[in-house]
Design a protein around this ligand. Structure first.
Ligand code: NDP
Length: 310
């Protein structure tokens, strides 16, 4: 079998992967990026980006990722479209198998496979994605200044997003499927203290309504009666959790219960496997921003470079 030998393989091509590629290429490490199932990562499914430093004007997520990709290629990274299906990290030289059945060996691997927001699975949610439906308040909240929005979920993310949005929006409705929040008590206290946040308990979204201008209402079904409710609003933030895209690495590397890869030394991108580094949303469940992912991608490339030197 023809096995291609590499020095640095980067798995994933979101902000973390492409930044790692830029740094590794500029360190003369000739990195190979395996682009994965969603080239460009989560930013390719957002529209306006206003919080990535360096752009005074709003830029489009897909455009920004295309620029990052071109930048990585310009400085010498190679990018292939394929998906990792199997890894073997047991020996010094790491082995990965792709969907195309190609096999690669590499001294170092940088995992930047990201995470996916969980969605409710409604057709109307898909229809209005980017037109009133979002999974990131920090990214999109600003577009709802002085408007009415809802946040769906009852965990830390939902409560933090509701708090964040209540500073921007005129009213925030938190919709939760049970009668008790899962989030930390301190966050709950802050939530209940806000005048412009209302919590609707025991309810699930049955439909997101809107027109050519985007979302304009939310239809809710009670979970303990047949009652239905319609609330008028301008935007809906789905905050029912994220899933890290780390399936191929299960049993090969240390992960937490939710599948997030664990940094061996906090503040670095080292994992429990020598020569394997991880960065971005597949590690980070707290910040989940393009700029933090890019920062971690840079750290992973620098860690890999140093590790290769020693
Ligand atoms: P969680 O899994 O903690 O919470 C998800 C919430 O969404 C739950 O309340 C759940 O309801 C609800 N939910 C799930 N699926 C559905 C559905 N289909 N319809 C309606 N509601 C649904 O996810 P988070 O993103 O909030 O947090 C993930 C992890 O990250 C946690 O460990 C959290 O502590 C951590 N985190 C920490 C932060 C911090 O420390 N500052 C900030 C953000 C996250 P139910 O409760 O009924 O299951």
């Amino acid at each position: 079998m023809n096995v291609q030998k590499e020095q640095v393989i980067i798995i994933g091509s979101g902000a973390a992967g492409l930044t790692a590629a830029i740094y590794a290429a500029r360190a003369n490490l000739n990195p190979l990026v395996i682009e994965g199932i969603q080239p460009g990562g989560q930013l390719t499914i957002t529209t306006d980006v206003e919080n990535y430093p360096g752009y005074a004007d709003v830029v489009q997520g897909p455009w920004m990722m295309e620029q990052m990709r071109l930048q990585a290629i310009k400085v010498g990274a190679r990018i292939i479209s394929d998906i990792v299906t199997k890894v073997n990290f047991k020996k010094d030289i790491k082995k990965i198998t792709l969907d195309s059945k190609k096999v690669f060996e590499s001294k170092t691997i940088i995992i930047t496979t990201g995470a996916q927001a969980k969605w409710l699975g409604l057709e109307s949610e898909n229809q209005f994605n980017g037109k009133g439906v979002s999974a990131c308040a920090t990214c999109d909240g600003f577009f709802y200044r002085n408007k009415q929005v809802a946040v769906i979920g009852g965990g830390n993310t939902a409560v933090e997003e509701a708090l964040y949005l209540s500073n921007i929006c005129s009213k925030v409705t938190l919709v939760h499927r049970r009668d008790e929040l899962r989030s930390e008590k301190i966050l709950q206290e802050r939530l209940f203290a806000r005048d412009n946040i209302e919590v609707i308990w025991n309810s699930v979204v049955s439909e997101i309504k809107g027109d050519e201008n985007g979302v304009n209402a939310l239809e809710l079904n009670s979970t303990n009666s047949t009652a239905q409710k319609l609330i008028k609003l301008d935007g809906v933030f789905i905050a029912i959790g994220h899933v890290p895209s780390t399936k191929p690495f299960k049993n090969a590397i240390d992960m937490d219960d939710e599948g997030y890869i664990i940094a061996k030394k906090p503040g670095t991108c080292f994992t429990n496997i020598e020569g394997v580094f991880a960065a971005g949303d597949c590690v980070d469940k707290i910040y989940r921003q393009a700029v933090t992912a890019a920062g971690m991608g840079c750290m992973a490339a620098l860690d890999a470079e140093k590790w290769l030197q020693h």
